[in-house]
Design a protein around this ligand. Structure first.
Ligand SMILES: [Zn+2]
Length: 231
């Protein structure tokens, strides 16, 4: 499948730029890591980008810091410049998987315009789809050891003794962010702009919809089949 939006079938630089879309708990991070190693693409997650920029003290990072310290959102143009900077690194020579950005149609348009200036485009958008109530259950099952930080999941990765860390026996805790009502509220805020972004790319014919309720390995396989078929 090539794009239906009138752009070139492959970018001038011959690299693949993929976008992963999915709600919190849909397994986006896990899939990004698997795809990144399978396909040799850089994994560019917006959260990591911000943290790294702050650590590096780069001029862009300093600009972003000023907004973050005021509690404001970092403007889209700064975020886009951060992504473009990462895309120019050797790690992204074969391409990249974008994760966590764009989150709105305005961001998607701005990113597409910036990529187009370089003869590039987002070639494929992979949407990992899981019903809201399953997402709530997944996230609400997360536990963490307050002593050593080991993560667990009551269903998919339980400790040997219920509620106790395997390594030190400490009582496992649920992070406030993982409580069902908090997760549901966060999801509700995410879903509308996410669906709008998907609709925007659906019109370009570049979205691969993937059933995220399947086992993790099967989801990876299905994504890879789709991506390879498009190559
Ligand atoms: Zn522990």
């Amino acid at each position: 499948m090539t794009d239906a939006g009138g752009g070139t079938a492959s970018s001038s630089m011959g690299r693949r730029i993929l976008l992963l879309v999915g709600s919190v708990g849909a397994g986006k991070g896990t899939q990004a890591a698997a795809l990144s190693s399978e396909l040799g693409l850089a994994h560019l997650a917006s959260g990591n980008l911000f943290r790294q920029a702050l650590r590096d003290g780069s001029p862009l990072g300093e600009q972003a810091r000023a907004y973050m310290e005021r509690g404001d959102l970092v403007p889209d143009d700064i975020t886009i410049q951060m992504f473009m900077q990462e895309l120019s690194q050797p790690a992204a020579a074969r391409g990249a998987i974008l994760d966590g950005f764009p989150r709105t149609v305005a961001q998607a348009r701005a990113l597409d315009a910036t990529l187009a200036e370089r003869g590039e485009q987002i070639e494929r958008v992979i949407s990992i789809e899981v019903p809201v109530e399953e997402l709530v259950a997944r996230v609400a099952g997360r536990r963490v050891c307050p002593v050593c930080g080991t993560p667990y999941h009551v269903d998919s990765d339980p400790p040997r003794v219920a509620g106790r860390c395997d390594k030190d026996g400490a009582e496992l805790q649920q992070r406030d962010d993982d409580r069902p009502e908090v997760v549901r509220a966060r999801l509700e805020k995410q879903v509308k702009p996410m669906l709008e972004v998907l609709d925007y790319y659906d019109r370009k014919g570049v979205v691969q919809h993937v059933d995220g309720t399947q086992p993790i390995a099967r989801v990876t396989e299905e994504i890879l089949e789709g991506v390879r078929a498009g190559w």
